[in-house]
Design a binder for this molecule. Sequence first.
Ligand SMILES: Cc1cc2nc3c(=O)[nH]c(=O)nc-3n(C[C@H](O)[C@H](O)[C@H](O)COP(=O)(O)O)c2cc1C
Length: 174
Amino acid sequence: MELYDLLHNRRSVRKYTDAPITEAQLEMILKAGLLSPTSHNSKPWHFIVVRDREMLKYLSDCRVGSAKMLENAACAIAVLGDQDKTVCWTEDCSVALTQMHLMTEALGLGSCWIQCRLREAPDGRPTEEYVREKLGFPQNVRLEAILSIGTPDGHPAPHTDDELLLERIHHEKF
Ligand SMILES: Cc1cc2nc3c(=O)[nH]c(=O)nc-3n(C[C@H](O)[C@H](O)[C@H](O)COP(=O)(O)O)c2cc1C
């Protein structure tokens, strides 16, 4: 698929069938993350792959409402950044998330970004603390987001050029 078509087709997919994803697909998605550019080439990310159904259920409660799709996802990838490596860990994690999100689309899978940084769990704790309790990452390793992944149970319509906010493009001055 050409990149421009892929960018149109990429949507946030929140409903999945029971179909598992293969090891080969998972490897491609993770490699897409590892191929992402980082500030000063610092590569501050860590990726925690979760396939255990009970753990996916736990993670689906890391946010009020916004993470429910994890219950039925084939897998989740928690994307973390080592804040001791770079102040740009949020940007670096975001780029990796974007590349993995696009790779799922290229593979005929679907995924959704679940924001965790600066968000709260239903019990009032930061989502990061709620997730750290079970996934066990150290304090200096920070949680940016979780990518839910599965086989789409229906795919949202592709984006079209008609939606583009062309007025947001400024030339020479704002
Ligand atoms: C930084 C960021 C945070 C997001 N957080 C969530 C989230 O917590 N839960 C969710 O269901 N979707 C989340 N999304 C997906 C957006 O809602 C989605 O990208 C947007 O509505 C546009 O739809 P599309 O991705 O299908 O084009 C997030 C996306 C981004 C880029």
